[in-house]
Design a binder for this molecule. Structure first.
Ligand code: COA
Ligand code: ZN
Length: 305
């Protein structure tokens, strides 16, 4: 049909971005969720973060989670880190990929990781070298890339400038986080334009949307039409950011895959297995999740008349 890619890579972030915003659940339950997700055909799972347990109590025990999961060949188990110490711990846990996060907004970066953007970029360079010594790839995530809950709009040129610095530090991939769901289709276009100007073409970037204001899947469509083929999502719509007032979950993995299946965009993921994972996630956190397909069922599922 109209300019959609044949295939996209869906990165599951529920076990980290999702669960970090929930009351802590036992390590064994986190392992159960990751193992269930790894049986669906997902190829990238953000499993844990190596961060201060004082900052994010629900991510304590990351090394135990990594040691307890059953690694499925072909699945990349990824860990988010804020600093060099986090990268050292992640490498010791033999993660497949490190994600280092830097906010585009100075205020959000200070609240999130207690340092300036410049200091975070410098740390990203240092830890990327460390990871590469261990032949572990690094994805740099620019968060608050579509706006900041404290500062409001963040100029696209600033986001692109930080991304270019992270690329120059050796980051293997770049991702842009809509940390608090401020992206709209128009802003997806303008960020992709700004990235183009620093030599980052759409097929090279990943996008991470939150559905805080209901624009998540619309943003995905626009981005796909621009050539983006990597998107994060969280199972059942688990998620948020503890340092971002009003933040809610990521776009919902099974809702995204359901839409892409019908558009003929291949994800390699089994939708029914994902829906089972969404119910598992809901049971584990003990609250109703915002996923819609998990409740309504796929559009192909008819009811007896
Ligand atoms: N993993 C585990 N512990 C860490 C750590 C890491 N990556 N980095 C630092 N620590 C520990 C230190 O060892 C120290 O421990 P101690 O109090 O027992 O001595 C403590 O945390 C404070 O260290 P410091 O370097 O002074 O950090 P800080 O207090 O300035 O906090 C961060 C900075 C980055 C560690 C903290 O803000 C953080 O973990 N933020 C992550 C936030 C996040 O995950 N947000 C969501 C993702 S977008
Ligand atoms: Zn997020």
């Amino acid at each position: 049909m109209s300019g959609w890619p044949n295939a996209v890579v869906v990165g599951e972030v529920g076990p980290r971005d999702g669960l970090q915003n929930e009351a802590p659940i036992p390590v064994a339950d986190r392992i159960r969720l990751i193992d269930a997700l790894s049986a669906t055909g997902l190829s990238r799972i953000e499993a844990v973060s190596f961060v201060s347990p004082k900052a994010i109590p629900s991510m304590a025990g990351a090394a135990e989670v990594m040691a307890g999961i059953t690694r499925v060949p072909g699945v990349s188990y990824r860990a988010l880190v804020p600093n060099v110490k986090g990268a050292e711990l992640a490498l010791a846990a033999a993660v497949d990929e490190i994600e280092v996060v830097v906010s585009a907004s100075e205020t959000h970066n200070r609240k999130n990781v207690n340092r300036s953007v410049d200091a975070s970029v410098a740390a990203a360079g240092e830890l990327t070298a460390l990871a590469h010594d261990a032949t572990t790839p690094v994805e740099a995530i620019v968060s608050t890339a579509f706006g900041c809950p404290y500062e409001g709009d963040v100029a696209e040129g600033r986001v692109a400038g930080i991304a270019a610095r992270l690329r120059d530090c050796g980051a293997d991939q770049l991702s842009f986080g809509d940390t608090t769901g401020m992206a709209t289709p128009r802003r997806v276009h303008s960020l992709l334009d700004a990235l183009d100007e620093v030599g980052l073409a759409a097929p090279e970037v990943a996008l991470h949307f939150h559905n805080t204001r209901g624009t998540g899947l619309a943003n995905v469509i626009v981005a796909m039409e621009r050539g983006v083929t990597r998107f994060d999502a969280s199972i059942g719509g688990l998620g948020g950011c503890p340092y971002a007032p009003g933040a809610t979950g990521n776009i919902v993995t099974e809702d995204l895959v359901h839409m892409l299946d019908d558009m003929g965009v291949d994800t390699g993921i089994d939708l029914d297995a994902l829906i089972d994972c969404a119910h598992l996630a809901q049971d584990l956190v003990g609250r109703e999740l915002p996923g819609q397909v998990m409740r309504a069922g796929p559009r192909t599922r008819t009811v007896a008349s």
